[in-house]
Design a protein around this ligand. Sequence first.
Ligand code: PBG
Length: 355
Amino acid sequence: MQHDKEAKNGSTQENGIMTGSRNIVDEITGHRRMRRNRKADWTRRLVQENRLTVDDLIWPVFVVPGENVVDPVAAMPGVNRMSVDRLVEAAKEAADLGIPAIATFPNIEMHLRDETGSHSLAADNLINEATRAIKKAVPGIGVITDVALDPFTSHGHDGVLRGDVIVNDETVELVARAAVVQADAGSDIIAPSEMMDGRIGVIRQALDAAGHQNVGIMSYATKFASAFYGPYRDAIGTGGLLKGDKKTYYIDPANGTEAIRDAALDVEEGADMLMVKPGLPYLDICWRMKEAFGLPVFAYQVSGEYSQIKAAAMNGWIDGERVMLETLLAFKRAGCDGILTYFAMDVARHLDRKG
Ligand code: PBG
């Protein structure tokens, strides 16, 4: 790209310097021009403020029972549910690419789901089996486990349903016990997504009482009652089950200040890391959380966000790879320390190719 020659227009070199040529844009900008720093690839690289690296990625994965199962999720092109053996292979691949951590979500057999999600407490349930197998075969990758009850309940809610109420304190007691069982299985970080009040403090106490002082808590601090979770509910088989909605425990998408207050309580109760979910529609929350608390903040680019990009790309309407990278970089700009994203492997491979 050639430099602008406009500055010289309408004046000769000599009288330009001596008398000060009149250039209307220079007068307006006071000789400041933002485009000088954008003029070449090398200047752009030099002034680039944020960068996406493989260290920013957490890969959410879906686990199913069985052996040698790789089952595509229809609503999430490119995403599979995997049996533990295949998940272990995938985790190895992720670790080789440098991805720091994976987050596991189980698709539990229907006959094991009940009103209270009691199977979440079983030491040998699918999520705990997955943790054990991954930690044994790939000790270098972090395993993050959710303690919400939705994969285990017959009604698809994240907590215990009594009548038409998701009861808070009984749910907290259960998720705290499930957290200890998950930590016993080797989980490195407990990530409670069920948005019950007081859960972070109770989980912290339960983990410490069980000797799991080194197990961290990544709070789904601000989880919104969002329509972007649709494809995930298909992936873990809760979509058809869910009666009603989750508005009595997730945050209203209209409320930003309430979200910060909710996160503040989690910080007081001992959260080590905070999460914002969904991601891209809530960048303001990411920024406010980082500014307010200074704790590591992660965004969850959820299933619906992923599928939108995939669907448009498959139709040839957008450049899927560029949009993927742009959305992830936007999280960095918004102050996030990392992103849970179903694109994690694609991005890691892309960054690997770039060297
Ligand atoms: C529920 C949970 C949800 C997701 C992960 N755990 C939301 C929900 O079903 O209400 C969503 C993840 C995604 O959409 O990618 N505890």
